[in-house]
Ligand binder design. Structure first.
Ligand code: C2O
Ligand code: CU
Ligand code: CU
Length: 457
């Protein structure tokens, strides 16, 4: 069965008018029983209404954010990238556990302007179901391309969707982006000091909209899939007067819901949240609480007040009371690691961002791992700011100071300044070369990225 998302979107409808419900309806009908998906992603420069202003941005198929890709474990996704941008680009499928080689999730490709490339992703039948995303990954141009708008959600179905109590609740995806727009409606390139800290835009948008409202039935619940698609901005996400339950992180279901007042999302990270409408009917602000991620100079100022991302709007009344199960999944313990490696994140002079003292070189192999090994990686941050460390293809579990793996899968872990994080990674499949890097995309572009080669004997 073949699905062309591009044909389901009327080209005459500006992206800000396309409702999320419209999208979901179009997509869920088409994915039932899908064994393959064919889609076209054409990044292009577009002028349209986004975040309440007419702006020139880059969007996949002209959309901000790009179309949502719906997949099932076992699917083969064929994605044709048609590059109509004035510079090279490519695609990365952030968090997917798929081959990094050839036409797969290959970060070493560069598709020149005017050319196209056919990606083919074979999603394993036991692939985690959850919230993932795609974005360009072209070295030295990743931050500008993402900042101009290029990103989209990938939803792998199953997992939480198969828990009846959770399936009974409406679900929304919220892609968090930020940018600055000048008075000509263009997204300007930031200054060197802004890039060194990692560019943050003056405007935050959810799904290309300024302060959108999410509806929730009084007495009901909402599942919200958050994706931090911003280059550098960290979000301490909260809904006023509403505690949130975290159901999944980075597309991986947690063993049990985790209740919190707010949740910190570093760039690249995702969180599936569950929010219950137990307050007085009304409208509640969705907030980004202040968070100090470090840095030097005037761009490192931390706002003293929360900023408003959107609203949670009560409507009608839920037909039945939602029930959140106490347990969501079970995660088998990992074997003991066979080796421990160290990674030192540092900030050198003049915009040098380094791992183990070296800036990225695609031709050099920094880390070689034997297929089948389980490894501990110790990541030490000696810089002046927090660095979210991300590994492609292979997910990992955080390890406590006493050496226990926490049964939680992640693909991106925040390593605060002056601290160390340990992660445990099973390299059970998918030999080939890929990368790990800081997900502050300016830092990645300025060299804080290394190469990994998983080799089969
Ligand atoms: Cu979302 Cu290599 O990154
Ligand atoms: Cu990634
Ligand atoms: Cu960084």
């Amino acid at each position: 069965m073949s699905l062309q998302l591009t044909h389901r979107i009327s080209p005459n409808v500006p992206p800000s008018i396309l409702s999320r419900r419209h999208f979901l309806a179009a997509c869920s009908a088409a994915t039932a029983g899908a064994a393959s998906m064919d889609t076209i992603l054409e990044p292009r420069a577009t002028t349209a209404l986004a975040a309440n202003r007419t702006m020139e941005y880059w969007g996949y198929n002209g959309l901000l954010p790009g179309p949502t890709l719906h997949l099932n474990p076992g699917d083969t996704a064929r994605i044709r990238l048609i590059n109509t941008l004035p510079e090279p680009t490519n695609l990365h499928f952030h968090g997917l556990h798929v081959s990094p080689s050839g036409h797969g999730d290959n970060p070493f490709l560069a598709i020149p302007p005017g050319e196209q490339f056919d990606y083919e992703l074979t999603i394993p039948t036991d692939h985690p179901a959850g919230t993932f995303w795609y974005h360009p990954h072209i070295h030295e141009r990743t931050a500008p391309q993402v900042y101009r708008g290029l990103s989209g959600a990938i939803l792998i179905h199953g997992g939480l969707d198969d828990i009846p109590e959770i399936a009974a609740v409406p679900s929304e995806t919220a892609i968090l982006q930020d940018f600055t727009v000048d008075r000509n409606g263009r997204i300007p390139e930031p200054s060197m000091p802004e890039r060194m800290r990692g560019r943050e835009g003056a405007i935050t948008a959810i799904n290309g909209q300024l302060q959108p409202s999410f509806q929730i039935e009084r007495g009901g619940a909402l599942r919200l899939r958050l994706i931090n698609a911003s280059c550098s901005r960290h979000y301490r996400f909260a809904v006023e007067e509403h505690p949130i339950a975290v159901l999944a992180l980075d597309g991986n279901t947690l063993p049990a819901p985790l209740w919190a007042d707010d949740w910190l999302l570093a760039p690249g990270q995702r969180a599936d949240l569950w929010i219950e409408a137990k307050r007085q009917p009304g409208s509640y602000r969705i907030l980004n609480l202040p968070y100090d991620r470090g840095g030097m100079g005037m761009f490192a100022t931390v706002p003293s007040q929360p900023s408003i991302l959107g609203h949670l709007q009560y409507t009608g009344s839920a037909a039945q009371t939602p029930h959140l199960p106490e347990s969501l999944t079970s995660i088998a313990p990992l074997p003991a690691p066979s080796i421990t490696r160290s990674f030192l994140l540092s900030e050198g002079m003049m915009g040098a961002f380094l791992i183990n003292g070296r800036a990225f070189d695609h031709a050099r192999t920094d880390t070689t791992v034997a297929l089948g090994a389980t490894e501990d990686w110790v990541i030490e941050n000696r810089g002046s700011m927090d660095h979210p460390f991300h590994l492609h293809v292979h997910r990992f579990q955080p390890v406590t100071p006493s050496g226990e793996a926490t049964p939680t899968w992640l693909d991106t872990i925040l390593v605060p300044r002056n601290s160390t994080r340990r992660i445990r990674i099973p390299f059970l499949d998918f030999p080939g070369r890929t990368v790990y890097h800081c997900h502050i995309l300016d830092h990645e572009d300025m060299g804080m990225m290394g190469t990994l080669d998983v080799t089969s004997p």
